[in-house]
Design a protein around this ligand. Structure first.
Ligand code: G3P
Length: 214
């Protein structure tokens, strides 16, 4: 299972969480990675934790004030990027452009979507993975795998009907090892989560609990 910890703009110490991700990754067959804010990418990557960007824009070098260039996050140490997170929605053409920009820079891609129909559209753009996250469950602590298992299974079916090679992840409300196992049982190859680790008093313990049953 792939466990990608999105730090959003939570007021956690990104280096401390990254060190926990790095250390717990050594103890498990699961693959752990962390997605800090763009400004923290280099310091986080320097810990040795697998580091992802939260977003890249559909742009090249040039006149793009305030945008995030895929090559810049790759140079800062990111190996992959989220695209179209629920909190950073893009138009379809811009999702396509961001996937192409990320691939140009050698970044692995996870395109997020709200529901199975959008998962199908996202899979058609050729990312490495898609992630279904019902917005209403994000940050609630109620896991998608429990509150809406059909959405995960339907997302897996939607992605497979478009592209058998695309991985499907799920996210929203996931915070325990049981949630990760439930996601796996529904056909998900990984989970996206944030508050369960970024807001935890002890991120290492939270990560250990997540991967314990795997
Ligand atoms: O990117 C993961 C995120 O949207 C889920 O957030 O806090 O429900 O784990 P959370």
């Amino acid at each position: 299972m792939f466990v990608l910890v999105n730090l959003k703009t939570y007021p956690c110490d990104p280096v401390a969480v990254a060190e926990a991700v790095r250390d717990v990754n050594e103890t498990t067959d699961a693959r752990l990675a962390v997605a800090p804010q763009a400004a923290h990418l280099e310091r986080v990557a320097d810990t040795g934790a697998e580091t992802w960007a939260q977003h890249v824009d559909p742009i090249e070098h040039g006149s793009n004030t305030g945008h995030t260039l895929a090559e810049s996050v790759a140079n800062a140490g990111a190996v992959g990027t989220l695209i179209n997170h629920s909190e950073q929605r893009l138009k379809l053409a811009d999702i396509d452009g961001s996937v192409q920009a990320a691939e140009r820079a050698g970044l692995e891609t996870v395109v997020c979507a709200n529901n199975p129909a959008q998962i199908g559209a996202a899979a058609a753009l050729g990312p490495d993975a898609v992630a279904v996250e019902p917005p209403a469950l994000i940050g609630t602590g109620t896991p998608v795998s429990q509150a809406d298992p059909d959405i995960v299974e339907d997302a897996v079916d939607a992605a497979e009907s478009v592209d058998n090679d695309v991985s499907v992840l799920c996210g929203a409300g996931i915070s325990t090892g049981d949630d990760v196992v439930a996601a796996s049982d529904l056909g998900s190859e990984g989970v996206l989560l944030a508050s369960g680790v970024a807001k935890a008093d002890d991120p290492t313990a939270a990560l250990e609990d997540l991967v314990d049953p795997l």
